[in-house]
Design a protein around this ligand. Structure first.
Ligand SMILES: Nc1ncnc2c1ncn2[C@@H]1O[C@H](COP(=O)(O)OP(=O)(O)OP(=O)(O)O)[C@@H](O)[C@H]1O
Length: 483
């Protein structure tokens, strides 16, 4: 058996090596520096600051951006929206069409420009609240891709008075890149409403002192927006009618952003409509939300649960990574695999495996943490379009990214947490399917040591689902698993 701690030893080596390799990734000259450290740093790490696998997993801002870059339509959900009204006695409105909202014609045209036919599940309830008179505050939580951005963009555009040439809507996002993405939605949705102008409050967008902004909508990151209000007085916060805090769960991952957001909020008038959006709603997000949004209506949409019910799970017993590779080749030799995702514990293994597989003639894509987020999105897009048949990766693309047509998932290394315990959640994310796809899938776990066998057993116990042994030297047996 291989030594139990090989993966962690490689990790340590790799962390040291990475501090050198990340230095070679330089920022583009024309790109403003992301704010602060932590979530602000989407693609670039400072000198000497090694990017580890944990960064990959925890870099919520990058994950969120990746999701936005590769998503091209709405995430469907069958779950019911939960609505908690500030005033439980007021009637609850919900709309089934955009026409019912009596939007300005330019905005209805904007909705059509976006290609929307009908409100998404969360929009059905959120839009009447967002557009109500007098304005109401809202905290809304639903997973990424369910239509939150489109909803608050529509609300901002509806509230703006284009005759007034000063900022009236303020939207803060956790990073420069995320602010740009939301800005793009505002630009597209507002295409038929050219009187409304938008400005990006992001570092790198330097304005002359004494500038009075004419744009009605400001979208930016908390630090710059705070400076624009407080230090430079480009924005008069008392004239803001709508304040949006987007991606609250990503925002709070940086302490500085939380405080800056609260300081911005404190400067706004009492009658300003306060809106907060988040993909998840753990205790810390909720505590922050309550400080940002007084007297809120609350809308929650439960995320679609992933399940292992439609997945056939197997494990293969090996002694080394070379043996695992050999087993993989046998599997490929015996069954037709349309598209597979293969997960490795370290970038080094992923790189090695991708090399070996392409030498065997496979069309392989490699996705790894040191890539810039746009490069990662491009790799996933190519894979999704079927240009490559195998995607070898570390954890970076496991979370939240659905590549629907993948029929086989291979854990070349089983997922473990920092302490070397089984990471059940990641296992489920890699292999599980939501009700949306419902297709049957095949998962193969490669075991190469006592400890990985132990991990596998604990995962099996956790999910109470048997993981069958597969003998990869028996081609007939392999063939059977694809039936
Ligand atoms: N009513 C709708 N009909 C069709 N498509 C929609 C609708 N609303 C939003 N979309 C599209 O669905 C995708 C996800 O929407 P949106 O970005 O608003 O979701 P989100 O919940 O804000 O997710 P994220 O925070 O990841 O951006 C986008 O491509 C958007 O253009």
């Amino acid at each position: 058996m291989a030594t139990d701690s090989w993966a962690r030893a490689v990790d340590e080596q790799e962390a040291a090596a990475d501090s050198i390799s990340t230095l070679q990734i330089s920022e583009k000259e024309d790109k403003p520096k992301p704010e602060e450290n932590g979530t602000g740093t989407v693609t670039v790490k400072a000198e000497g600051e090694a990017k580890t696998e944990d960064d990959d997993k925890d870099d919520k801002a990058a994950q969120s951006l990746l999701n936005k870059l590769i998503r091209n339509n709405l995430v469907n959900t069958n779950n019911q929206v939960e609505v908690l009204q500030r005033d439980p006695n007021s009637p609850l409105y919900s709309v089934k069409s955009f026409e019912e909202l009596r939007l300005k014609p330019q905005l209805l045209q904007g909705v059509y420009n976006m290609g929307f036919n009908r409100p998404s599940k969360i929009q059905e309830n959120a839009l009447p609240m967002l557009l109500a008179e007098p304005p109401q505050n809202l905290i809304a939580q639903s997973q990424s891709g369910t239509g939150k951005t489109a909803a608050f963009v529509l609300a901002m555009l509806s509230r703006v008075d284009p005759a007034n040439k000063w900022p009236q809507c303020l939207c803060v996002s956790p990073t420069y890149e995320l602010a740009l993405q939301t800005g793009k939605v505002i630009e597209t949705m507002g295409k038929s409403y050219p009187e409304v102008k938008l400005i990006y409050g992001i570092r790198g967008n330097k304005l002359d002192r004494g500038t009075q902004l004419q744009e009605q909508i400001v979208i930016g990151t908390p630090g710059t927006v705070l400076d624009w209000c407080l230090k430079f007085k480009f924005i008069d916060p008392k004239k803001i009618r709508v304040f949006v805090l987007d991606e609250a769960d990503v925002m709070i991952a940086t302490q500085g952003h939380q405080d800056q957001s609260i300081r911005i909020q404190r400067m706004l008038p009492k009658n300003c409509q306060m809106l907060l959006f988040s993909a998840t709603f753990e205790e810390s997000v909720w505590n922050f939300a309550k400080r940002i949004v007084p007297d809120p209506n609350i809308i929650k949409l439960k995320r679609e649960e992933e399940t292992l019910d439609t997945i056939k799970q197997y494990y293969v017993n090996c002694n080394s990574k070379e043996e695992k590779f050999h087993a993989l080749c046998n599997i490929y030799g015996a069954i037709t695999i349309a598209q597979a995702m293969i997960f490795c514990h370290t970038r080094r293994t992923a790189g090695w495996l991708a090399g070996e597989l392409s030498r065997e003639g496979h069309q392989v894509a490699l996705l790894s943490g040191e890539m810039q987020v746009e490069q990662r999105a491009a790799v996933i897009e190519r894979f999704r379009d079927g240009k490559e048949k195998v995607l070898v990766t570390t954890n970076v693309c496991a979370r939240g990214i659905d590549v629907e047509q993948v029929s086989v998932v291979i854990n070349f290394d089983l997922p473990v947490d920092k302490d070397g315990n089984p990471d059940n959640e990641t296992y489920l994310h890699r292999i599980g399917r939501t009700g949306r796809f419902g297709k049957r899938g095949l998962a193969i776990n490669m075991v190469d040591s006592k400890s990985s066998m132990n991990i596998m057993n604990r995962i099996q116990e956790h999910f109470k689902k048997k993981i069958e042994k597969l003998d990869t030297d028996d081609l007939d047996e392999i063939e059977k698993i694809s039936n």
